[in-house]
Each structure stands twice: as structure tokens, then as C-alpha cells.
Design a protein around this ligand. Structure first.
Ligand SMILES: [Zn+2]
Ligand SMILES: [Zn+2]
Length: 60
């Protein structure tokens, strides 16, 4: 059994949960894979982006 844990958001492998947790904290701070097509605002969660998109839709 491999003693490594893969980050669910990137290709990083960590040795244990402590390292993975630390990696995630650092990563999630700036990790915003979902970008608004209208104003380029970044979001780390898809539902957050979806919610943000309502702002643009309301203007129509
Ligand atoms: Zn990662
Ligand atoms: Zn936007």
C-alpha cells in the first residue's frame, strides 16, 4: 500500500494527512479554478461561481 495521499485539486502527492492538510490550506487560498467569463473573478467552488453569475444575469 502506498503511503501517499493525492491532493484532490492538483497532481500533488503528500506523505500523510498533516502534509496534505497543510498543502490544501496553502493551495485553496489562491486556488480558483472556476473563473467568471464576464468579469474574470475567480472562485474555488463551482457553486460559488454559479451564484456569482446571477449578478451579471440580473442586469439583463
Ligand atoms: Zn493540491
Ligand atoms: Zn463576474
Amino acid at each position: 500500500m502506498p503511503k501517499t495521499l493525492k491532493c484532490p485539486f492538483c497532481e500533488t502527492w503528500t506523505q500523510n494527512f498533516t502534509t496534505l492538510k497543510r498543502h490544501l490550506i496553502l493551495e485553496l487560498k489562491d486556488y480558483k479554478p472556476f473563473e467568471c467569463e464576464v468579469c474574470s473573478a475567480g472562485f474555488c467552488r463551482k457553486d460559488a461561481l454559479k451564484q456569482h453569475c446571477q449578478v451579471h444575469r440580473d442586469r439583463t
